[in-house]
Structures are given as C-alpha cells and as structure tokens.
Write a protein that binds this ligand. Structure first.
Ligand code: PEP
Ligand code: MG
Length: 866
C-alpha cells in the first residue's frame, strides 16, 4: 500500500507534526527489528524501514543535536519539540564509520528533505546484522500519539508518520533549543571505578546530569548513553580504565560538561580505595561476584552449591517460593488516561518505598530502597513506557515492556554487577506493575523453620521476611554482591545465592542444612550431618548467650579500667529492654521523640510523666542522661514554624532552637527536673558551638532549678561541633561531663552532610580528623577531672571501641542490641594496648588507614583470647 504523500513539515492547527520518509523502502513495525533495544522500544517508539535508497534525508526540519562518531545514527531536535533519532542498520556501530559519509555536522540546522548521511548499502548490509533503519521519537513525552504509515514509501515525498504533540512539547523545548544552544564535549576521562560505572556511581552521575537542562550524553568510544538515565549508563557496561567523555548540548552545556567530567574523574562518589580493596572491617564473606567462578566448593552427593551470600547455619524445612505472574491487558484507554495512571502508580510506588525505608533501622537496606526510588525516576524507562502508551498500549503493558526490556538488556551484559542490577529493575518494575494491575503485593507467608527456595527474591520480599519463621534462603540467581545478599547479611539470615537450579525441585517440607558461610545446601542430611550442624549452631549461640549472661556484670578492661556501657533510648520501654540487655544506665535519652508526629507541643505534665517513667525504670542508682530538644530546620515540627533556611544544618538547630524559644525550653527543663529524685539525673544540651550558648542554656536551667529547688543535677554538653572540641578545656571548667555526638561531629568536622547519599561512605567517623576532635575533648575534660562519653553511632561499632577507650572515653552509650557484645569486648581489652593503638591511629591520614589498623588490632585481640 502506498503511503499518503502529504508534504507538510510543520505543526498544524491540531498540533501535529508530519515526518517525511527519510529513505525509500518498505515500512515495518519496530517489533520486527532484530535488536531488543529497538524491538522493545527502549530507545523510543517509531518505525523501521527496509531501505532501497542510500541517502538518508531529514524527515523534519530542526537541529542535529547528535551525530554519532560511527556516522550511522543521528538525532534531530525538531522545532516543534519531538527529537527524532535516525539509526541506519542494526549493529552498524561496530563498522566504526566504514561505509558511511556524513553530509551534515552536529549542531547544524537542517531542512526537511535535506540529505544527512550517504551510505554504501552493499558494504553496510554485508558488514552489519541488518540494514533495517529505525526512526524513533527519542523524547516520548513530547508526543501523545504516533501514527505510522504503512507499506512502501518514497524518500522525501511520502509521509513516514504523524505525531500528535503533547501540550507542552513546543514550549518545553524552548529553553534548550534557543540559539544559545551549543554542543560541548569534555576531554576524555579515564574511569577510576574498579567495577566501572555500576549502579551506585551510575546513579550519582545520572542524578547530577539531571540538574542540567541540556541533553547530556556519556560517550564511550562509538557507544553513548543518556547520562540522565541510570539504566542507560549502566548498560554502557564500562570498565575501569575506559576512556569516556561527556557531551552536552543545550543552554548549560558548558557547565554540564565540565562538572560531570570532573565528577567522573573523581569516581562519582565511590570511595575508590575501598571499592578496590574493601576495608577488612566491612569485608563480606569471600565470594566472587561471578556466581560460576565462586563455585569453588565441589558439590558432593546430596549437596547443592552456590555462592556464600550471608554467613551462618540453619537447619530447616524446604519452602518453595514462586512469584505469581501479573496479568495486564495490551490495550488501554486514551494515552492521556494511561499516562495519568502510570504517573499515579510511580508516585504511589515511591511512597511505598518511603514507608518501607522508614521502617528499616539499617542504613544499608534503606540505601537499596533509595536506589529503587531513583529507578522510578529513570528517564529512559519512563520514555520507553510513554512510547508504548503513545502507541495505544495500556500503562501496565507499556511499563512492563519498558522495565523487562531494560532488565533484559543488563542481563545480557558480560558484567556480573550489572546483571545483579537487572534484578532491582525487575523488583521495582513489578512493584509499579502490581499497582497498575490492582494486585496487592503481600508479605511472604511461610511456616516455622522455613528455608526458602526461589529463583529470585526481590529486595522488597527480603526486607519483608518474617525473621521469626524464615531461617535461611537460597536463590538460583544473584551473587554475593546482589542486593538480596546484602539484605540477608543485614538481617542476619544465612543465605546462598546462585545455587544450582536443581534446588527448585526439592520437595516441600524436606529437611535440609543450609551453610551460608560455605554456600552449601545439604539436601539429604543424615543424622550425623544434622547433629554436626546443630552442634555448630549451638556453639555460635553459646557465644551469644555467654555474652548475654555476662552482660549484667560491669565492664572492666583486663588492666582495671572501668567503662560504663549504657543505652541510647527514646522512652521507658526502650529503657527496660536496655536493662535486660545489661545497660548500666541511659547515656542518651533523645527527648525529641516526645515532640515528633503530633500537632501541638507536649505539655509540662506529659513530658514530666515520660521522663519520670524512664527514671523510674532505672532507679535512683543509675545514670540518666536526658538531652534537651534536638530539632531544627532539617527536622521541623508542625507546631514550631522555623524560617526556611538555605543551610538548615548550619542554622537554627539543636540548642539554638531552645534558646530562640525560651518558654518552650523552660517548660522542658521543668519537666526534666521533676524526674531528678528518681535517678542520677544528668542534663545535656545538643549542638553547643560557643561558650555563650552554653552559658545561656546553663543559666536558664539554673534559674529553673532555683525556682523548683532542685540542686543535685549534673549538667553537660554534647560535643558535636568542632569549636566545642577545640575549646574543650574551657568548656570543661564549667561543665560536669561531655558526650560526643559522633554522627554530627563527623558531619561538621568533615563538612559532609550526614544524610548525603554521595558522601555517605566518606563521612566516616573513624576519620583521623574526627578522632583528633575526640582526643582533644578527652584531654580538655581530663584537665578538670570531668568524664567523656560517646553517644553517637561510633560507640556501637566494635571496631571503634578500643580506640575510643584509648583516647580516654569512659562511657559508651550504645544501641540496645549491641550492649552484651560491647561489654564482652571491653573485658577482653587492655587500656594500655588501647592507648598505644590510639596514639598510632592519630598519626594516620585517612579513615581507610584507620580502619585497616583497627581491623589488624581486632584480629590479634581475637586470636589471643580464643
Ligand atoms: C550524634 O550526632 O552523634 C548524636 C548522638 O545525635 P543525633 O541524635 O543527632 O544522632
Ligand atoms: Mg547529633
């Protein structure tokens, strides 16, 4: 059938754009292209053409925003908004330009029908997989419908397709299609990342690129990717040492090019030394990222072998877990309706992940779910889905094609890390699909003592596992670096990934022994094997119970230094739990938990009851350190309006809020003082930076004490700001004690936002600069006979305990579950050795060196005590 021969090349009243056939030949649907990237519309929606001519013409007027180095493809940004990618042949990038002669330059304006690339059809057809030429809309959101022609077309005469333009298409382009648009290329950058641009650095690059209006590309030789797309960047499958460059076109192209090239050179937020050789303290069980290579353990009869994903032993019964398919209809409502549904589902999925994150106590797990949120905002995934919707697919069908296509692309790569990330795409994709299909995703229901066997467990499934029933799990996919493995480790569930697929045929309910440390599943353990496994489990449990049994005894080093191990709590319930774990008191009551999630501030009475309940739980002999309200612009309260601040961490925060709201401050102080007779009451102020702040807060407290007639209260400050550590001696003249808030002290010493995803790994409390601050605080305190505690996260980190003790810390306020192990550790240490260790690490230059030294110290301490 002959296509219509309209020659309009501009938007009509109906806001349509007509594209001319760029070549003569036969039109085919994209699905028939022998390349999943096009067939699954991952690049965009459009049409394919089997050419009989050899000169590619511009289907539309516009600007050449990108001419590929291999001269087989280019993109035209049309004046009406849509960006049209023209791609001659399949796998023609591999010809590296042979057989192609570009007739235009990048950045040049072209008229509809103008010749763009001439090619030697015979040579290209011989050298490439196919000569099929694809014409797709690269920015799917600029159109609401694509109506392709059919049959044979004549180049420059016949219509190729008609695009219905989205409302904003023309206007949204104006910013980047102005005459100031220019294309910039950075100098080549050699990638320093040991595993190339895998998920995390790719996410950092994509997030940074999205800040620019310009079109930004990451170029690797003849290949390139939309730098704003995490999926596209990962799919480039870069390796360490690859030379890449940034190419940007648009109004801020110059800034984008230089900033992103610099980011690449710096490793995109990856701690390069650590990524190359993980610090011993964080080293995971030895296993290769390549599941096949990791199978060094030969499978004996009755054994199935995989990769050690999470250490530990479990004896339990097989439960086969299968994910049900989610059905969606191919066709949906109008593109507008389906797009609205997709938007709503993406929004809802984001909110679901936010809720899941909030329920997690572990930062590494939360990070995985944050990466899923980032995938929800991936422009390439979104555009691929929109392209499907524009072609009449339902939102569910289009979304499923988009994410399964992206996952399949990563799975096909020769890179284990990227193959793992395909699971994340499928997981988050399924979450959105379930919402679109109206299918409830429920938590996995299993019987007691289960060992789950699955092809794949999504991070969401894993995070929601009932730890009391699931003793371990095996997946046939994934490796030691998979998110499911990371989650298993953080949950303390023994797990094997990449296990032999025969595991999927194991009978339900059969008894097995799972050894997560060696990656072996014993499928038919005899009585002796079961006994041996149970014996080893008992030994491991014994160590934990010995620690628990000793947890109620004071913690004293081998050479007699008493260290108080106390608890960080929010309320009386936490306090009671802390006491059962051996807490000697409370080193940090975070009083802001009383103020959170409500519409009005708690009254004095309400507060007094809460503080007194904690004090009562402790009794008159034990120490209770209450920290006054620690909120601020970074964590606002609805009833405490604070001005919007550019730098909330440096603004009204901590004690500064209390000083700015003296009435509220006095109410809190009176409520706290009412608990004084019930425990050894200590009050401390958060985020003190100056002596003036300290004196003002101390003065207000003194007035309330005098008014209530409460005398015997110790008053101290948190050392969280470098100025307080530097003036520790002056503060120690007036304060009764210091408590180091290592979380904030780290952020303020290193000038790294404690919640910043890109800086998370560098904002390390074991940085020698932070340790120097702690040393200074201890020295200042000791000059006046005052004690120093640590209540930040560092105190709960076993690696850090010896150095903190060596620096002069005598109180460790830790999370409740950590109490027995930290007490047991203290008892194995000698103060003299810790002091020597502290002197050594203060001379080191980086957190990595400190961690390595502390790991060596821990290894020696372990061998001398076992
Ligand atoms: C700290 O900063 O280390 C601390 C204990 O306070 P926060 O509640 O800010 O973590
Ligand atoms: Mg703090």
């Amino acid at each position: 059938m002959q296509a219509s021969s309209t020659k309009k090349n501009q938007t009509t009243q109906l806001r349509q754009l007509t594209l001319l056939a760029p070549l003569s030949g036969l039109l085919l649907p994209l699905e028939q292209v022998p390349d999943p990237v096009f067939a699954q519309k991952m690049v965009g929606d459009g049409i394919s053409l089997d050419p009989t001519s050899n000169e590619l013409l511009a289907p539309v007027a516009g600007r050449i925003t990108q001419l590929h180095d291999a001269h087989h493809a280019l993109t035209i940004a049309s004046d009406a908004g849509p960006e049209i990618l023209l791609h001659i042949g399949v796998d023609t990038v591999l010809l590296k330009g042979a057989g192609f002669s570009p007739l235009v330059k990048q950045g040049e304006r072209v008229a509809a029908g103008q010749a763009l690339i001439r090619f030697d059809a015979d040579a290209v057809a011989l050298g490439a997989r196919s000569l099929l030429t694809q014409i797709v809309v690269a920015n799917g959101e600029s159109v609401t419908r694509i109506a392709p022609a059919r049959g044979r077309v004549v180049a420059g005469q016949d219509t190729l397709m008609v695009l219905d333009l989205a409302e904003t298409a023309a206007t949204s382009r104006q910013g980047s299609d102005s005459s100031s648009t220019s294309t910039q290329r950075s100098a080549p950058v050699r990638l320093p990342n040991p595993a190339g641009l895998h998920a995390r650095p790719a996410a950092v690059l994509a997030a940074a690129a999205k800040k620019y209006l310009s079109d930004v590309r990451l170029v690797l030789g003849a290949k390139e990717a939309n730098a704003k797309s995490l999926v596209a960047v990962m799919a480039l499958s870069t390796k360490q040492g690859d030379e890449v460059l940034i190419q940007a076109s648009g109004p801020d192209a110059a800034e984008a090019t230089s900033a992103l090239a610099e980011l690449l050179a710096q490793g995109c937020g990856e701690n390069l030394a650590e990524a190359a050789s993980p610090a011993p303290a964080r080293a995971e069980p030895a296993a290769s990222a390549n599941p096949v290579a990791a199978r060094t353990v030969a499978a004996a009869a009755g054994e199935l072998v995989g990769v050690s994903a999470s250490p530990g032993l479990a004896v339990g019964q097989i439960v086969q877990f299968r994910v049900g398919a989610i059905d969606v209809k191919k066709t949906g409502g109008t593109p507008k309706h389906e797009r609205a549904r997709l938007d709503a589902a993406l929004h809802e999925a984001h909110a679901q992940l936010e809720t899941l994150k909030a329920a997690l106590s572990d930062a590494s797990k939360a990070q995985i779910l944050s990466a899923h949120q980032e995938l929800l905002a991936d422009p390439d995934l979104f555009e691929a889905a929109i392209a499907g919707i524009s072609a009449g697919d339902s939102a569910g069908y289009a979304w499923r094609s988009a994410y399964t296509g992206a996952a399949a692309q990563l799975e096909a790569l020769d890179n284990a890390l990227l193959r793992e990330r395909a699971h994340d795409i499928r997981d988050v994709g399924r979450r959105v699909l379930a919402l679109l299909a109206g299918v409830a995703q429920t938590a996995i229901q299993v019987p007691d003592n289960s060992i789950l066997i699955a092809e794949e467990l999504s991070p969401s499934d894993t995070a929601a596992l009932d730890r009391s029933k699931v003793l371990g799990f095996c997946t046939t996919t994934g490796g030691a670096t998979s998110h499911v493995a990371i989650l298993a480790r953080s949950l303390g569930i023994p797990a094997i990934c990449g296990i032999d697929a025969a595991a999927l045929n194991l009978a339900e309910g059969s008894q097995v022994v799972l050894d997560g440390s060696s990656g072996v599943l014993q499928t038919a353990p005899d009585a002796a094997a079961l006994d041996s496994a149970r014996l080893r489990m008992a030994q491991q449990a014994q160590r934990r119970s010995e620690e628990a049994a000793q947890a109620h005894l004071p913690a004293t080093t081998l050479d007699g230094q008493r260290i108080e191990v106390v608890a960080n709590v929010r309320n009386a319930a936490d306090t009671l739990e802390g006491l059962t774990h051996g807490a000697e008191g409370v080193g940090l009551l975070r009083s802001e938990f009383l103020f959170d999630e409500r519409d009005t501030a708690p009254s004095e009475e309400e507060q007094a009851q809460a503080y007194s309940a904690v004090a009562q739980a402790l009794g008159p002999e034990r120490v209770l350190v209450i920290r006054t309200l620690d909120v601020g612009g970074d964590k606002p309260l609805p009833y405490l309006p604070l001005p919007k601040e550019d730098n909330p961490f440096l603004g009204l925060r901590g004690v500064r809020v209390s000083l700015a709201r003296p009435a509220m401050f006095r109410t809190q102080l009176r409520a706290i003082l009412r608990a004084a007779p019930l425990a050894q009451l200590h009050i401390m102020f958060p985020m003190i930076a100056t002596l003036d702040e300290w004196r003002e807060a101390r003065g207000i407290l003194a007035e309330e004490q005098a008014a209530l007639g409460v005398g015997d209260v110790k008053v101290g400050l948190m050392i969280e700001v470098p100025s307080a550590a530097l003036l520790a001696e002056q503060f120690a003249r007036e304060a009764d004690f210091f408590s180091i808030g290592s979380n904030d002290l780290t952020q303020y010493t290193l000038a790294m936002d404690r919640g910043h995803p890109q800086l998370a790994k560098q904002a390390d409390a074991l940085h020698p600069a932070v340790l120097k601050m702690i040393a200074m605080s201890c020295e200042g305190a000791s000059q006046h006979g005052k004690w120093v505690g640590v209540c930040g996260g560092l105190a709960s980190e076993p690696l850090a305990v010896p150095v903190l003790i060596g620096l002069g810390v005598t109180e460790l306020s830790v999370s409740v579950p950590a109490i027995p192990a930290i007490k047991a550790q203290v008892k194995r240490l000698s103060l003299a050795a810790c002091q020597q260790l502290a002197r050594e690490v203060l001379l080191l230059g980086s957190a990595r060196e400190v961690r390595a030294r502390l790991a060596a110290f821990a290894a020696i301490a372990e061998t001398t005590t076992t």
